[in-house]
Design a protein around this ligand. Sequence first.
Ligand SMILES: Nc1nc2c(ncn2[C@@H]2O[C@H](COP(=O)(O)OP(=O)(O)OP(=O)(O)O)[C@@H](O)[C@H]2O)c(=O)[nH]1
Ligand SMILES: [Mg+2]
Length: 195
Amino acid sequence: MAQPLLDLRFLTSASAAGQLGVCHAEVAFVGRSNVGKSSLLNALANQKQLARVSKTPGRTRLINVFLTGPDRWVVDLPGYGFAAGPASERAAWQAMIEGYLRGRRTLRMVFVLVDAEVGPTKLDHQMFDWLRETDLPFRIVATKADQVKPSRQLAQRRDVAAVLGLHPGDIAWVSSAKGTGIQELRREIADILAC
Ligand SMILES: Nc1nc2c(ncn2[C@@H]2O[C@H](COP(=O)(O)OP(=O)(O)OP(=O)(O)O)[C@@H](O)[C@H]2O)c(=O)[nH]1
Ligand SMILES: [Mg+2]
């Protein structure tokens, strides 16, 4: 069977959740700026420039919606914790992300991306707490796994999971650069969006 998500294509951008139309089901990527959300989307789609990637944090400034199959969305959100820029702008970003996460009845899973090498930051923990409070289903994805030394891979998986009170298997461990874990995540997302 062909791999799912390879048909991902750009649908629309919005600066507020209220501008978005309806869909059947959607999943979203959140995480701090520069953690690799847009790169992961490109890896899942096996397309190099579907979502814009940058070395400079704060590249994704809008809610970017990508379409797969009939009426299924994968949503790339702007990152949090990007220090540069005026406070008012940061507050507007936060309102955009919160507005989206609170406002979508069709949102089936929030994938929270954390850096595999750095582990969860204070802001990531705040995000987990907030997601628990709002009762949104979420799953943790550790990105840039290629940056973890091969000799540290197992221990790092265990450590990142332990900090979060999870088992190593509860966390998807991926590298967009090397393709690690991408096929598994594709299937997982396709299953979530399926019915
Ligand atoms: N080594 C390595 N670098 C990666 C990987 N994924 C992303 N990067 C790099 O990390 C940087 C940020 O990637 P983006 O995908 O733009 O990150 P983002 O989370 O979308 O960032 P914002 O849009 O600013 O929130 C880029 O320089 C990417 O090339 C990976 O799997 N391995
Ligand atoms: Mg991005």
